[in-house]
Design a protein around this ligand. Structure first.
Ligand code: GLC
Length: 461
């Protein structure tokens, strides 16, 4: 009888999963647009990589591991097993009270509309209070850090998401031989605990994701990481995973990294955009590169570091300038994408000064020019050498990086009634002089740029 009941439960569960997979697949274009609308308008988010690696800060047993590249991979770079890694890292991971409020405040000041943070990175350490492991914040520091972060971000009125790694360098049943195309510190060595049963790891993975999407209120994004063609989709029971998440969080938005894009390393990021398929996730994720063009109908988000590492490193001083970061934001938005800009807090949760300075400067710029970013769509015109365009119904925004020495801007707007143009950086909405020419319109601008990085002219069409 008990077996019979168990079988019935299984059938019902599979049917429920099947139904929600179908529901996701059958979502109408209108419903999908409604679900995606806040994300498409948001344009700018803050990524946070933070975990046990943050306290190590790119240093292993007193030696710098390097001054470039992802130090959230330090366990893999020094080829430590999980016990040695935890032994070194745990003493340096000491989050200060209130760290999460600091992150959320910075995201708000920067003008970010959402925050995505690492609920678990490849090292396998969970920031949430998980019932299926001791390798979590609750057991190691006595706090649910996930809850602290989610609450702080929400208190600032921002959307929140989890970056969740399906790769796991901690779990004793994660079968790194089977996951041969994905990184693991023990590759090439026999498993210390004998034959591994990947199915057990998958139960664990699914359980933790269920906890994350059940216990923290509304979660806006699930940002999976990552797959390769040999280890993707079915290898994670991905369809089921996504169906569960969509059932628990019907409005959630997910990226496509549970599924691999073949040959992606040999391709540029436009290739990634072209190969996006809706059944793999809501948006695709060029990493560290800005595609040369957007692709209509494809939702995409560039994720990028401010230096060269995602997780904090005391040795990486290759900081991008505020100018580069702000111009990237404008460039990406002008092509129809979002920008997810990363900070890597230290082991105590504090944020590197360089990141704070750039984030705040972008926020100051957005206070003046935000209308030319939020809710805009890709430019209808080819980008000019001197700047970029973004647009909204009835408006064209001209972002000028190189202010014209002759005080004249030529815009290829040829049709429609006469246009009015204003400088966004001035409080008086004095119209600029606009003349028509054969190639479009000509705007007379003041001799000096109102903004040293990007000045915006709003054109009413
Ligand atoms: C890669 C890296 C990882 C980083 C991520 C961010 O997948 O493995 O360390 O978290 O990209 O996009």
């Amino acid at each position: 009888m008990r077996n019979h009941l168990r079988r019935l439960c299984c059938v019902l569960l599979i049917a429920a999963c099947g139904l929600s997979v179908m529901a996701a697949a059958q979502e109408s274009a209108v419903d999908r647009d409604a679900r995606m609308s806040w994300w498409r308008e948001a344009r700018f988010g803050m990524f946070v990589h933070w975990g046990l690696y943050s306290g190590l800060a790119g240093t292993w047993k007193g030696e710098a591991v390097g001054d470039r590249g992802g130090m959230e991979w330090i366990q893999q770079r020094v080829k430590a097993d999980t016990w040695e890694y935890a032994h070194e890292a745990v003493p340096h991971f000491q989050p200060e009270a209130g760290f999460a409020e600091g992150w959320a405040q910075l995201a708000k000041d920067a003008g970010c509309q959402y925050v995505v943070f690492t609920s678990k990175h490849h090292d396998g350490f969970a920031l949430h209070d998980s019932s299926v492991t001791d390798y979590d914040a609750h057991d190691l520091v006595g706090r649910d850090l996930c809850k602290e972060i989610v609450d702080a971000v929400r208190a600032q009125g921002l959307r929140v998401g989890f970056y969740h790694s399906v790769i796991d360098w901690h779990h004793p049943q994660y079968d790194y031989d089977a996951a041969s195309s994905l990184p693991h510190p023990l590759h090439g060595q026999p498993s210390p605990n004998g034959t591994r049963n990947h199915a057990i790891y998958l139960e664990y993975l699914h359980h933790q994701v269920r906890e994350l999407t059940s216990n923290y209120g509304t979660i806006d994004i699930l940002w999976w990481d990552y797959s390769k063609p040999e280890n993707e989709g079915p290898f994670w029971r991905a369809d089921e995973l996504v169906a569960m998440v969509r059932e628990l969080q019907p409005a959630i938005i997910t990226n496509d990294r549970l599924y691999a894009i073949p040959n992606i390393e040999k391709d540029d990021s436009v290739g990634r955009l072209h190969q996006w398929k809706p059944e793999r996730g809501d948006f695709t994720t060029p990493e560290q590169t800005v595609p040369s063009t957007g692709v209509p109908g494809v939702d995409w988000e560039v994720c990028m570091t401010m230096n060269t590492t995602w997780g904090y490193s005391e040795h990486d001083h290759a900081w991008k300038s505020t100018e580069t970061l702000l111009c990237n934001l404008i460039d990406i938005v002008s092509k129809g994408g979002n920008y997810l800009l990363n900070i890597g807090p230290k082991g105590d949760g504090s944020i590197p000064e360089e990141s704070i300075t750039s984030m705040r400067a972008i926020g100051e710029w957005l206070k003046v020019n935000g209308e030319a970013i939020y809710g805009t769509t890709a430019s209808p015109f080819e980008p000019p050498a001197w700047g970029r365009y973004t647009s909204k119904p009835g408006k064209l925004y001209v972002h000028v990086f190189d202010w014209p020495a002759d005080g004249v801007l030529q815009i290829p707007l040829t049709s429609g009634p006469p246009q009015t143009a204003y400088l966004m950086a001035t409080s008086s909405r004095n119209a600029l002089r606009v003349d028509s020419s054969q190639k479009g319109i000509v705007i007379q601008v003041p001799s000096t740029a109102p903004d040293p990085i990007a000045s915006v002219i709003e054109i009413e069409l």
